[in-house]
Design a binder for this molecule. Structure first.
Ligand SMILES: NC(=O)C1=CN([C@@H]2O[C@H](COP(=O)(O)OP(=O)(O)OC[C@H]3O[C@@H](n4cnc5c(N)ncnc54)[C@H](O)[C@@H]3O)[C@@H](O)[C@H]2O)C=CC1
Ligand SMILES: O=C(O)C(=O)COP(=O)(O)O
Length: 388
């Protein structure tokens, strides 16, 4: 049995989805897998027995992915499983940026008594707004969320322009033909009334929106950030708000510098907090763990390649190694030395890492265990799992 340790609020239906023949959950035993949401694992020591981290969500910036790769720990996420929830959060952001509903509600709740209806009618002129229909929205990042926001905003009457230099085939299928795609950020920034950002937070995207980008925007534009707080340079943002260059900033991320400013609307990272998204993410994450622990197959990993093969022999070895020359040669030579036939061999790579899966025509487990330990001694092999 493998122990799964859950962090954060993982939907019950997802925990129940974990294969009961494979896993125990939160018993306090040594964890083979973590099932997490936004828990920051950067300051946590990852135990040697940890084999997988499943992120029930999209962003993996809370996980030390490089360290995990170096140690053969597979990091999974759940692509698209909470995208609709975030899309709806972004629509909320657009609407509360343009209509006075948040301050108006706070004000009217301070009123009471039989005259409250009259008071409301008298005071409403202080909370009039504008409409989003007919305005132009710029979207940076046309992934699972960006595409949904694009199509929804378009159907609400907005003109939508998108920028994503790494756009996927999936996006090309899903995006409405009404969405204009531009090839440079400059082109997008100069023409939009609203800007929304939907890229992962990495060392390359830190401070993606800074003074240089803000200077290229229209006066009075609104910025929405439901991706990660660090994507926007708060110093540049606050000075643009003070000068009136940026009219409003709506964000899902509370950060010390931006709190309690009239033009900044802050939500407590609620984008994915819907019953549906929480369930979708938890179920998808549990299914990837079931598959990985049962068969060694990898689906939705951010640090190792996808690999899917029906097991063809009693024992399977899954070798995680660096993506360098002659690994396959060394692995197959070692198996050949034991005079064992390989029923199936699949090798897949992803950037600096690769996985080689071998189904061995050998019924004696001790022999296979011996091969496992010999494989582990080969330079550049990080971890070997034995399944069967
Ligand atoms: N507020 C919340 O609760 C949530 C926030 N998020 C955040 O949103 C991010 C995006 O989520 P998804 O759309 O599901 O991910 P995704 O991986 O489907 O899409 C990300 C897109 O960004 C694009 N991209 C990457 N670097 C770029 C760059 N430098 N310039 C322009 N485009 C770039 C990629 O090509 C990809 O199309 C997550 O990484 C996470 O940080 C995600 C879910 C919930
Ligand atoms: O999926 C993501 O990237 C999110 O930001 C959602 O975070 P959460 O699972 O709600 O803590």
């Amino acid at each position: 049995m493998y122990e799964v340790k859950s962090y954060n609020n993982i939907a019950k239906v997802g925990l129940e989805q974990l294969d009961k023949n494979l896993f125990t959950v939160d018993t306090g035993a040594e964890a083979s897998a973590y099932l997490i949401r936004s828990e920051n694992l950067h300051d946590v020591e990852l135990p040697s027995h940890l084999k997988a981290i499943a992120r029930a969500g999209a962003g993996v910036n809370n996980i030390p992915v490089d360290e995990a790769s170096e140690r053969g720990i597979v990091v999974f996420n759940t692509p698209g499983a909470n995208a609709n929830a975030v899309k709806e959060a972004v629509l909320t952001g657009l609407l509360v940026a343009t209509r006075g509903y948040i301050p108006a509600s706070a004000w009217i709740q301070t009123q009471a008594g039989s005259e409250v209806g009259k008071t409301a009618e008298k005071g409403k002129k202080n909370y009039a707004g504008t409409e989003i229909s007919g305005k132009r929205l710029g979207i940076i990042g046309l992934g699972a969320i960006g595409v949904m926001v694009a199509n929804a905003a378009n159907s609400l009457g907005m003109e939508v322009v998108g920028f994503d230099p790494f756009v996927s085939v999936d996006t090309a299928w899903k995006i409405s033909r009404a969405i204009k795609r531009v090839n440079s950020l400059e082109e997008l920034l100069a023409q939009v009334d609203f800007l929304t950002i939907h890229v992962p937070f990495t060392s390359e995207t830190k401070g993606y929106i800074s003074s240089e980008q803000i200077a290229q925007m229209k006066d009075g534009a609104v910025i929405l950030n439901f991706a990660r707080g660090e994507l926007v340079d708060n110093t540049a943002l606050l000075s643009a708000i003070d000068s009136g260059k940026i009219a409003k900033y709506v964000t899902d991320f509370a950060m010390e510098e931006i709190m309690n400013k009239e033009q900044v609307i802050v939500f407590p990272h609620l984008g994915a907090s819907t019953e549906e998204a929480e369930e979708n993410c938890a179920v998808m994450a549990a299914e990837t763990l079931n598959l990985y622990f049962k068969t060694g197959e990898i689906r939705n990993s951010v640090n190792f390649p996808s690999i899917s093969v029906h097991q063809k022999a009693p024992y399977r070895l899954v070798a995680f190694h660096r993506n360098v020359p002659n690994m396959l040669g060394q692995i197959s030579t070692l198996v050949a030395k034991h005079d064992i036939n390989i029923a199936e061999l699949v090798n897949r790579s992803k950037e600096d890492y690769a996985v080689t899966m071998l189904d061995l025509e050998e019924g004696d487990r001790t022999v296979v265990e011996q091969i496992k330990s010999e494989l582990e001694a080969i330079e550049h092999i990080i971890r070997v799992r034995l399944i069967g």
